[in-house]
Design a protein around this ligand. Sequence first.
Ligand code: ADP
Ligand code: ZN
Ligand code: ZN
Length: 750
Amino acid sequence: MARYASVVVDIAHEQLDRSFQYRVPPSLQEKIRVGTPVIVPFGKSNRAIKAYVTALGDVPEWDEGKLKEIEEVPRHLLQVEDQLVALAFWMKEQYGATLIQALRTVMPVKEKVRLREARRYRPAPTAAAALAEAKKRKNCAARARFLEALLREGSLTEEEAKKLPVTPSTIRPLLEQGVVTVERKQGSWTVPEWMGGGAQPPDAASGALPDLLHRPAVTLNEQQKNIVDSLVEAMDHREKKAALIHGVTGSGKTEVYMELIGHTIAQKKQAIVLIPEIALTYQTAMRFFARFGSRAAFVNSRLSAGERYEQFLRAKNGEIDVMIGPRSALFTPFSRLGLIVIDEEHENAYKSETAPRYHARETAMKRAEMAGAMVVLGSATPSMEAYDRACRGEYLLYRLTKRAVFQSHLPQIHVVDLREELAAGNKSIFSRMLQEKMRQCLQRKEQIMLFLNRRGYAGFVSCRQCGQPVCCPHCDVSLTMHSDGMLRCHYCGYAVPTPGRCPACGSPYIAGFGLGTQKVQEMIGRLFPGVPALRMDMDTTSGKEGHQKILSAFAAGKAQILIGTQMIVKGHDFPNVTLVGIVAADLSLYTGNYRASEQTFQLLTQAAGRAGRGEKGGDVVIQTYTPDHYSIQCCARQDYETFYRREMAFRRMLCYPPAGYLMEVLVTSFQEEAAQKAIEQYAAMVLHAGDDAERIGPTDASVSRIKDQYRKLMYVKAQNRQTLIEIKDKIELLYDELHRETCCLQFDFS
Ligand code: ADP
Ligand code: ZN
Ligand code: ZN
């Protein structure tokens, strides 16, 4: 029974880091826990405000007599902020983070909200005289450049002025002198600029609930209808078990989500739809607007903090019913939350890379539990975690086995063994089959997507003759090339010098895989001169709308071939694509991660799913050095079940998730010794944690130094998640006591 409580106040503002201590009156001692909302007197005037308890203790940090007392615990139902704060506490507990980090994750910080404003400059009648003046004077080159362009063009937008280049400091005095005028336009909230600039949703003007809501654009097929009926029944009877929809690519999952959202809104509730950022295209946005009009809104990572806050405010005020966005949209402050949809549930993007390193799927389950909402997951290639839970009856499981569009069929998949190509004297990166199919496809004036699997591209070494990667003798993962010429295992630290010959077959053709999208584009140029090919990768999509521009150009038929990395496989729907070539399918098999096979299967299946979306059918050519690997075999046969069983057997054998739980403990420090000492002390603690915990490492992280900080890590495996959380708590205590000054500590659960 604690006598003192530390609280944070006003969490939507930025002063989160400060907490204040209060006395806990005896009457409230039973009720107050960490995370409890309380009303406290605050400031000189002692106005009563809401705060949240962050810590409890028996020692006053201050003169006891000066401490104020907590007034009360609000009795009304949990408000949405309270729920989100409780969620932050849960996240801190589950994933390891500071309270501030957790709170900042769930609450968009209120900054001075500045609506993005589009500006257009126009010359005033005096502009010509001013230009002549500027030309005469020294040090007025920028001013002259701006005025000249302005008079020539008639008007300039802010961006155009920036490109001249002209800085605001040049323009400001001209505005003040009245030589230039400015026209301002408020940016549109409902359709963010990147989604198509200024396009309005169909009923934006009326703002009314569209009756489209009850008039779906398509008639659901039998399979879709069964799922909707069953889930609506579950929702109405408050069976809040989560559901997983395993539906092949293009089977109409999105239509099912929209139907469920429609039902949710009809029940006066609200829905959150999570979509991996990369699949959040203009196409998707328009489908949701067509259905829900301005009752739907979007957030994405390109919005500023102020813009995000503004969107969340609309949600809180009940102006919208559907929020669509990447993982952070999970924290939309809907007070009548009824449904959370997670599309492409298997995507890595649902895992946060900064503390708290939460997973959106697990966190959605928790939020839904607090709000009494339902969670619906969907994927063509469910994660091992989700499918395992569905198989164990934790989730309801549904299937969509056919493509939804009439006469659209799943594509024909061909596997080509690259070792045989080399043996037959074909040294090109394109197999004979892929070349032949490309030629036919181009002749038919249809489109081709070439997918280059670049995940794991960094540093994995394999043999061009037999296809074997160089593996760790202790861990069954491939070794990674480091800049010092050594090959290392990221799991146990084993290291060998890079061999000159393949350890398996003795061939000298052993090398890191140096294949990039640019190289593929060059090859295409040589093979099919004059055929326009677009490239989509990190280099070509750097601009704000880089993505969208390339996709639109391809959709409009401006190129016949699109070459790209992971980016091109997500969610895009191009009916004229009848051939998908996977240039090197193996690359992601050897990332030195226990999830490598799963990720490969998912990527290949999603990439294959891009072919034959229209009525023309399609072909997929998978080029690989390991045609017999089950990731590739199961993809070729479109057999998720078998893949799942094979992979699950592997996970069980080695106790990897979802057969067990895994925690990564990462210590970083500018002082290598300090980091080493800390990780060793934590490692020693695991030894005493009991039988359930098994330790791997400690070892250097795969990138052992980033920005001059040394990185040491270990893994802890356990059958029980609670065991890991207890170990984490103990490590955190020791860290606070001994290593806080010199090291940073991070946890990552999977
Ligand atoms: P998924 O989300 O499973 O990839 P979508 O919902 O995007 O599938 O559907 C794929 C395509 O099929 C879309 O063009 C969609 O409009 C269409 N579609 C979905 N359901 C039906 C249906 N019942 N009848 C006709 N077309 C449909
Ligand atoms: Zn070999
Ligand atoms: Zn190893």
